[in-house]
Design a protein around this ligand. Structure first.
Ligand SMILES: [Cu+2]
Length: 365
């Protein structure tokens, strides 16, 4: 999966233009900002985890065409269910023989492989009808180039919430009404999307100037909006100085829709390239492919509950990983990772999900 190109500002990918005449019974929604490039004053590492417009009203029998502008999914769950999990441990597929560079097995051998459910990973294909009786999903963007639009038909009236399974909290709704009930025009929908976008752009500009955490020994992934919407794919501060032995907290912005890791390596560029190749990959021997997270990046490198100390040579090659963190206390992923440094030096880390995100910490004696 070539993810990093889609994780960063994905503006190049989409437009809200409707195919065909204005009377066409297909409305447009964009997953991610409907822009061709970042507007002036918006940094390149910005993105918005939001659907444009957030809510849309259509007639029974109409369709919605989702343009996927970023690394997002469209998931309509079975009625009564919420967002499918991005990944769940599969106990029938225990992790085995994942060793560190020194040849020692990582603690997570024996745990279930973090498998991406088929409704999230592969989806159901475009053009399906949705009534709530069964789930439909776009699948994860894969391959190179912009993802294909995802079309859903709505034959029956109802009110439906849908989700991006990648970004916790990224959700929106489709209201399907009878043919005799008026619905807003595509133009009105587009204007609503534009209002949302203008607001999000203003927020991104503000976030770009925000200072990091008040605590001098804390690094934040972000800053992000504390909820669905604008995010900055960076670490703040990108460079932190501390003392040997002082615990440093590496944390998510509370409530963020993002997932990140803090992954230490000697050569963060090379390690980032490796992570990009394997973070999400099909399990060998599965067809249709079962996608899973690489346990080396998904799990913390140290067993939960163990105090974490780093000297640049951990695991034989300087590897140390927080595992996947998010901002949602309801998921299995933690929100922070604490590490102290046992030897003076400058240490680099990256995000295994967004390998272009890097930072460093200098520990002085
Ligand atoms: Cu998303």
């Amino acid at each position: 999966m070539h993810r990093s190109s889609k994780f960063a500002f994905a503006f190049a990918l989409c437009s809200l233009a409707l195919p065909g005449a204005a009377s066409a019974a297909t409305k447009a929604v964009s997953a991610g900002p409907p822009l061709k490039k970042p507007p002036p004053g918006v940094p390149k590492d910005a993105d918005v985890n939001r659907f444009y417009p957030q809510s849309i009203k259509v007639h029974a029998g109409d369709s919605v065409r989702f343009t996927i502008a970023g690394f997002h999914t469209i998931n309509f769950p079975k009625k009564g269910e919420g967002s499918p999990p991005l990944a769940a441990p599969d106990a029938t597929r225990p992790i085995s023989a994942v060793n560190d560079a020194a040849g020692a097995p990582f603690w997570f051998n024996g745990q279930g492989t973090p498998v991406i459910p088929p409704i999230v990973g592969l989806g159901t294909g475009s053009g399906k009808a949705y009534t709530g009786a069964a789930a439909v999903g776009s699948g994860l963007p894969s391959g190179s180039g912009p993802p294909k639009p995802f079309v859903v038909k709505f034959p029956k009236a109802g009110s439906f919430t849908y989700y991006c399974a990648v970004h916790p909290g990224m959700k929106a709704s489709v209201s399907v009404v009878s043919k005799s009930t008026p619905v807003p025009s595509a133009k009105v929908d587009a204007a609503r999307a534009k209002t949302q976008l203008d607001k999000d752009i203003a927020t991104l500009k503000k976030l770009d100037k925000a200072k990091g955490p008040a605590d001098p020994n804390t690094v934040e992934a972000g800053p992000d909006t504390r909820g669905p919407g604008p995010v900055l794919l960076r670490f703040t501060p990108a460079s932190l100085t501390t003392k040997v032995g002082t615990p440093v907290t590496l944390e998510m912005t509370p409530g963020t829709t993002e997932d990140h890791t803090f992954t230490f390596a000697k050569d963060v560029k090379a390690a980032g390239k490796q992570a990009e190749k394997t973070f999400v990959a099909p399990l060998p021997g599965t067809g249709p492919p079962t996608l899973a997270f690489d346990p080396k990046y998904a799990f913390p490198s140290e067993a939960p509950g163990t105090p974490v100390s780093y000297d640049g040579s951990n695991h034989g090659d300087g590897y140390l990983n927080s595992g996947v963190l998010d901002g949602d206390p309801k998921t299995v992923f933690p929100q922070k990772f604490t590490v102290s440094f046992s030897a003076p030096g400058t240490y680099s880390y990256f995000c295994a999900i967004h390998p272009f995100m890097t930072g460093k910490i200098t520990a002085a004696s």
